[in-house]
Ligand binder design. Structure first.
Ligand code: KMH
Ligand code: ZN
Length: 286
């Protein structure tokens, strides 16, 4: 995995859907697979290289139905080269088996949240048995994890999984900051987390709500990568709803001002050590 620096290409992940957002909150929530395809195309044009995928039923409710994820994948792949990263976090209340079921489709990447965390009034449960089961399935199926870190102890948990030989470092890590119940989205917390990373890891920041823009700017300046999108923040500015591609375009513009080019999906695969798309036996998902 490549070492990252302040002039290196920036990987922009777009997280357009999530599990918490409702269609009542924004008209820009992609509910149908074809809408996700449209978002993927627009976000790749704007400079994104990874799409983090959750799916919805037509009525907007959450689903981790494997068939729905396959439809979403096909729509995304028909209209973009983006690295497709499935969520194994799902929604609060989903069973671990349901969350991990989408791995059967052999996506290039999927998330692994590295510990339980308060999540508003709920608990996002990621006990060691849950993490081990998801990770075992990922390594059996050759799916690359992105480690989701909501709190500093999640890094300790990841190291424990490494000691258990279920995980090898370096990995690509996403710091999810500002979730009510998780670590606050501050630059000093981010610096602390980056300092605590095992050598060679690449990292990005996903900050919630109005912290998304300033924390993205900090990550760009520090040589990290960024995640934007409606899963984490639905506003472009105070009171003005955003589209996913507008949020991508803004961080790309800011990165350009700071002298950081944007990674194409092919470049992002190279940085992350993923095989090129054309070499993947599963150009279409199984
Ligand atoms: N919706 C959250 C409970 C992930 O995608 O891996 C979990 C989540 C993390 O969004
Ligand atoms: Zn997610």
């Amino acid at each position: 995995m490549a070492k990252q620096g302040v002039m290196d290409p920036l990987i922009v992940t777009v997280a357009p859907v999530g599990a918490e957002l409702t269609p009542e909150q924004t008209p820009h929530l992609a509910v149908k697979p074809a809408q996700l395809g449209d978002v993927a195309e627009k976000c790749q044009q704007a400079g994104a290289s990874i799409i983090h995928v959750h799916c919805r039923n037509d009525d907007g409710s959450n689903t981790h139905d494997v068939g729905r994820f396959k439809e979403a994948y096909d729509e995304i792949r028909a209209r973009s080269d983006l690295i497709v990263q499935f969520s194994t976090g799902g929604a609060i209340g989903m069973s671990p088996e349901e969350r991990a079921g989408v791995l059967d489709l052999h996506p290039e990447m999927a998330t692994l949240t590295c510990g339980s965390v308060n999540f508003g009034d709920d608990i996002f449960e990621n006990s060691f048995p849950i993490m081990r089961a998801i990770l075992k399935k990922m390594s059996e199926l050759g799916v690359r994890p992105e480690l989701e870190i909501f709190d500093k102890g999640h890094l300790s948990n990841a190291r424990k999984l490494e000691r258990e030989r279920l995980l090898k470092f370096p990995q690509h890590v996403d710091f999810v900051l500002g979730v009510p119940g998780g670590l606050d989205a501050t630059v000093s917390n981010l610096c602390d987390l980056v300092d605590a990373l095992p050598p060679g890891c690449t990292w990005s920041v996903a900050a919630i709500g109005r912290a998304q823009l300033p924390m993205s700017m900090a990550a760009i300046a520090m040589g990290g990568h960024v995640r934007v999108g409606l899963e984490d923040n639905i506003y472009y500015s105070r009171g003005k709803l955003a589209t996913n591609d507008e949020l991508v375009a803004r961080v790309v513009r800011i990165a350009g001002e700071l002298g950081r080019p944007v990674a194409t999906p092919a470049k992002a695969r190279e940085i992350l050590g993923l095989p090129p798309l054309q070499e993947q036996a599963r150009g279409a998902l199984m």
